[in-house]
Design a protein around this ligand. Structure first.
Ligand SMILES: [Zn+2]
Length: 289
């Protein structure tokens, strides 16, 4: 059975030594990896900690990190890495108790701590309005395509979250989407959207995993991914893979290189899962063909 490895969060701020540490050996053994890259990223601090993470105020283009671009281009030319688009700047916003919505920088983080505020986090493409989303998605796609001399055809929304209007914007840019497929109806209304909604609800009545096949909307396609962010999910990973194999369905394993780098138990479970199947990996975009 084939499957694909999706890595999120590579950006200007990525230390290429971490990518080499996590993926160097797998690539030498023939793995193919689909990287979801942030075109114009803010630096994130305390990533992965919901009570402490925040963003710096400076955005950087991915192509400004020359060592990163060189490393990725080497494996792109070998046909083992593909570039997908991970949002535009990966900003997070917070809705404060008084209703105000703010960019999550250090001063907002300190206010949240000091005043013990209960806030709601808003990922980039739940926050951006249609016109901004359309411009940012198109510009981000061009930044990646110019830097890596490829065509980006898959969009991974930060936090796997996207609004109906942003879904319309990504379809207009000619992109398909890899995300987590929730059970709410959150796409522009169409016959295909309604049909997909019913399909995924009915599927979940009888199956332990989200609908695992490609869903066709009027102007784009979507596919769910299995998010592997904790070694506690190792049994669930093996179970989800077994179900996909049984159903002859696609399987996308979504990880973060920085989490694999920092978390030894997660990295060991990841490597154990891949130990006999790295050569069966395919690019995520191939599932949309
Ligand atoms: Zn991300």
């Amino acid at each position: 059975m084939n499957y694909s490895i999706r890595d999120d969060d590579v950006s200007y701020w990525t230390d290429v030594a971490q990518l080499e540490s996590v993926y160097g050996q797998l690539l030498k053994e023939g793995a193919k990896i689909s990287f979801a890259v942030v075109p114009f990223a803010y630096q994130v601090f305390n990533n992965g900690d919901w009570d402490a993470f925040y963003f710096g105020n400076e955005r950087k283009y991915v192509y400004e990190n020359k060592a990163l671009v060189t490393w990725l281009l080497f494996w792109i030319e070998k046909g083992q890495i593909e570039i997908m688009q991970h949002g535009f700047d990966h900003a997070y916003y917070v809705a404060l108790p008084d209703g105000a919505v703010r960019f999550l920088d250090i001063s907002i983080r300190e206010t949240i701590h000091k005043e013990k505020l209960l806030v709601r986090y808003i990922p980039e493409f739940l926050h951006k309005e249609f016109v901004v989303a359309r411009e940012d998605i198109a510009l981000g796609k061009k930044i990646l395509e110019d830097a890596f001399k490829v065509t980006a055809s898959v969009f991974v929304p930060p936090s796997n979250s996207i609004s109906a209007s942003s879904a319309r914007a990504l379809a207009m840019a000619g992109l398909n989407m890899s995300g987590m497929i929730g059970l709410n109806f959150n796409r522009p209304f169409s016959f295909s959207a309604l049909k997909n909604y019913v399909t995924k609800i009915v599927w979940r009545l009888y199956n332990a995993i989200p609908y695992p096949f490609v869903m066709r909307y009027s102007a784009h396609k979507e596919l769910a991914a299995f998010s592997f962010t904790s070694a506690d999910r190792t049994d669930a990973l093996h179970a989800a893979y077994a179900i996909a194999a049984h159903k002859n369905a696609p399987f996308v394993l979504a990880v973060h290189y920085w989490e694999l780098f920092e978390n030894e138990a997660l990295r060991n479970a990841f490597n154990a899962f891949l130990s006999d199947k790295q050569r069966n990996s395919i690019f995520l975009s191939e599932y949309f063909k």
